[in-house]
Design a protein around this ligand. Structure first.
Ligand code: SF4
Length: 362
């Protein structure tokens, strides 16, 4: 059975539809169900900044559901403390989307809180999220200044009241996030890994990967996402605690991935982010796929850059012999290279560490 469905490309609506079709999501639903879609609209900034969920992905979900006669659909979210969800709905394209398809928008900040208990701790969760028949979590895979990264598990913070969000911070964030995931269990996760931010939940340094992922286990997807960003799953505290709580399993060598659209993998474009530009000076790219390039940028950021010659990457190196270091199977003609198509950033980080005498900056 497939654990993670992955699609690459730039037509996000079509990619999402294809993923849901490949995973036969309609086979799990019926037309009377109340469906909730939970994007990440933490701030009211458009998705190309790297903070929020692309509305085209949610549009793909809605079109898929409506094609199967499922019309009771609500998009629900509560932006972070101090930001207006209504403004986020408008500025991120969700108000227009809701009007176009006749779906409801729901601000969870206005919700009634329901007290639930997990492992001896009481948590307040928004009623609307608990009352859905089928909840679809649509997070952004991106960096986070406190937890290192955020994806499926942390995205559920939009389903708790503002007072509870504040309390989560006083509780250290990691443990309450893991606890929340024991009581609120979305049925499906569709991860926006199109251009998540390098290190900050508010965006500003988007890293273009042009990827969407679908799965059912939030811990598996988060641990997989951690590796795509250059972390070991255990390095992310809420994932480590979540594993101990039995939320799911880690992505490992046995994880079954089904990749769609590999032949259409877009090439990386020019980034307007200064951080990415700085890291790009360590890279010698020739027709690199964006997912491959993104992995190398994440790895270089985690390593703090390198010294010596730059790292080669891209399809332009296919079948060529060249000196130095390469990243990705296309560069197997290099003296030494990191395997994968695309490789995980965590493997590139390991490679840099293992060769640190030659590669790492003093
Ligand atoms: S190894 Fe080559 S084909 Fe594979 S993702 Fe990287 S650049 Fe693209």
């Amino acid at each position: 059975m497939t654990d993670i469905f992955i699609n690459y490309g730039t037509n996000l609506q079509k990619m999402t539809y294809e993923l849901m079709e490949a995973a036969n999501i309609a086979g799990r639903l019926n037309t009377t169900m109340k469906i909730g879609i939970k994007p990440n609209l933490v701030v009211s900034r458009p998705a190309d900044g790297g903070a929020t969920t692309h509305p085209e992905i949610v549009e793909g979900i809605i079109r898929y559901l409506q094609a199967y006669g499922i019309n009771n659909i609500t998009i629900l979210e509560g932006s972070w403390v101090g930001d207006s969800t209504q403004l986020a709905f408008k500025n991120c394209g969700y108000t227009a989307l809701a009007e176009k398809y006749g779906v409801k928008l729901h601000d969870t900040k206005k919700d009634k809180a329901v007290q639930v208990k997990s492992k001896g701790t009481s948590l307040n969760v928004c009623e609307s999220a608990l009352n859905m028949d089928y909840l679809i979590n649509v997070p952004v895979l991106k960096g986070h200044c406190q937890t290192g990264m955020t994806c499926c598990m942390k995205n559920l913070k939009g389903c708790i009241p503002d007072s509870e969000k504040r309390r989560f911070h006083t509780m250290g964030l990691d443990k309450p996030i893991a606890l929340l995931n024991t009581v609120l269990r979305p049925d499906l996760h569709i991860v926006d890994s199109v251009c998540g931010d390098l290190s900050f939940e508010e965006g500003g340094n988007p890293i273009v990967a042009n990827r969407i992922m679908l799965g059912f286990d939030p811990l598996l997807l988060d641990s997989f996402g951690a590796q795509l960003m250059g972390f070991k799953p255990d390095e992310i505290e809420y994932i480590r605690i979540g594993k101990a709580y039995g939320i799911g399993k880690y992505a490992d060598a046995d994880t079954k991935e089904l990749e769609l659209g590999t032949e259409n993998r877009p090439k990386t474009g020019v980034s307007h982010s200064n951080t990415v530009k700085k890291l790009s000076k360590f890279i010698e790219a020739d027709s690199a796929c964006s997912a491959c390039y993104a992995a190398l940028v994440y790895a270089l950021d985690r390593a703090g850059g390198i010294r010596g010659e730059s790292i080669k990457i891209g399809q332009g190196y296919r079948g060529k012999k060249c000196a130095g270091i390469g990243v990705g199977n296309c560069t197997k003609g290099c003296q030494t290279y990191v395997m994968g198509c695309p490789p995980k950033a965590s493997d590139i980080v390991d490679f840099i560490k293992n060769n640190q005498n030659n590669i790492l900056k003093d």
